[in-house]
Design a protein around this ligand. Structure first.
Ligand code: NAI
Length: 314
């Protein structure tokens, strides 16, 4: 059975471990902090139990088989040796990631795929110092990867020509939806869009245009509803006349430009606006209910994935 290595067992690492185990891979998961591994394993067990309870298990293996496929370790070499695929998930700090990559580089199989979950740092900064930099590619997941399939693949400038197709095929095999980021760019695609959205949301709250709860509903019951099925371009294409994007540009272009011209520039995510968001958020989602709400979110994302799959196969 092929084996993969997960380095860093926080939020993202444990979710990748579950994904690979559900797809029938053996997984070794490493963390510098032993307690993190214990926590990750107990969290994975409870997520699998919950998924079984609500009938939303992924793959064909039982809950116990999936759990048994994941082994925690405090030994990086043991984690990496023999792995065909390595996913690094340590905090988004350039020097930390570079030093972890160097340690992995020293023990990895030169034909293995080395990936990072990095969400903003570009591939060349993460791997320029590695002897195996030709095997390096960023695989930036959407949180939580087990429930949200999009993965952005960003190869290093030194990547072997077969690295992107191999990683794309592997991601599809484990049930993810890979997209290619063709050029190095800070923040990749998902976070550039997400941060543009957050920036405007921040300003709408600062200006007291809308409440935090209503703004969240604009997404969940408005834009998010349609974006679960089609993206902004297809939305525009369908909303226009018989000439698609050309009609859309003619019909809405001037309005969009006028509104865009009223946008402000970047501002730090701190200060009284953050305090205001926090005080409104805790009213409708108290801090001691976060775990419960994460479970609720994950169950709904799983159900949505099943619904989408049933539409696609029907
Ligand atoms: P996290 O803080 O939950 O987990 C990080 C883990 O790395 C911790 O368990 C920590 O003990 C471990 N760690 C720290 N130094 C280490 C070392 N030298 N060797 C091994 N393990 C070490 O962070 P999270 O959220 O899982 O993020 C990990 C990566 O995934 C980051 O690059 C982040 O930008 C990216 N990412 C995060 C998303 C999110 O929404 N949380 C979404 C997509 C990507």
């Amino acid at each position: 059975m092929e084996r993969v290595a997960i380095v860093g067992s926080g939020l993202i690492g444990r979710s990748w471990a579950m994904l690979f185990a559900a797809a029938g891979y053996k997984v070794r998961i490493y963390d510098i902090e032993p307690k993190q591994i214990t926590d990750a394993l107990s969290n994975i067990r409870s997520q699998l139990e919950h998924l079984e309870e609500i009938g939303l298990m992924r793959g064909h293996l039982t809950k116990e088989q999936q759990f048994q496929a994941i082994e925690g370790t405090n030994d990086l070499k043991y984690c990496i040796e023999g792995a065909i695929y390595i996913q690094e998930n340590v905090p988004e700090i350039l020097e930390l990631k570079r030093s972890v990559h160097q340690k992995i580089d020293a023990v990895m199989d030169p034909t293995a795929i080395l990936t990072s979950s990095a969400s903003t740092i570009v591939p060349s900064d993460l791997c320029s110092h590695l002897k195996n930099r030709n095997r390096f590619i960023v695989a930036h997941p959407t949180n939580p990867p087990f429930y949200a399939p999009l993965v952005e693949l960003g190869p290093s400038p030194w990547a072997d020509p077969d690295l992107l197709p191999q990683t794309t095929a592997l991601m599809k095999k484990i049930g993810q939806s890979p997209v290619t980021v063709k050029k190095e760019i800070l923040g990749y695609v998902l976070n550039r869009i997400q941060y543009a959205l957050l920036r405007e949301c921040f300003s709408l709250i600062r200006e007291d245009v809308v409440s935090v709860q209503d703004l969240d509903m604009v997404m969940s019951d408005g834009l998010g509803r349609r974006y679960a099925f089609i993206g902004p371009f297809e939305t525009a294409y369908l909303n226009a006349g018989p000439n698609g994007m050309l009609d859309w540009g003619r019909k809405y272009g001037a309005d969009i430009l006028r509104v865009c011209q009223s946008f402000g520039g970047p501002e730090p995510f701190e200060g009284p606006t953050v305090d205001k968001m926090q005080s409104e958020m805790v009213k409708y989602l108290p801090l001691d209910k976060l775990d419960e709400r994460r479970k609720w979110r994950d169950a709904r994302l799983s159900a949505l994935a099943k619904l989408k799959a049933s539409f696609d196969s029907g």
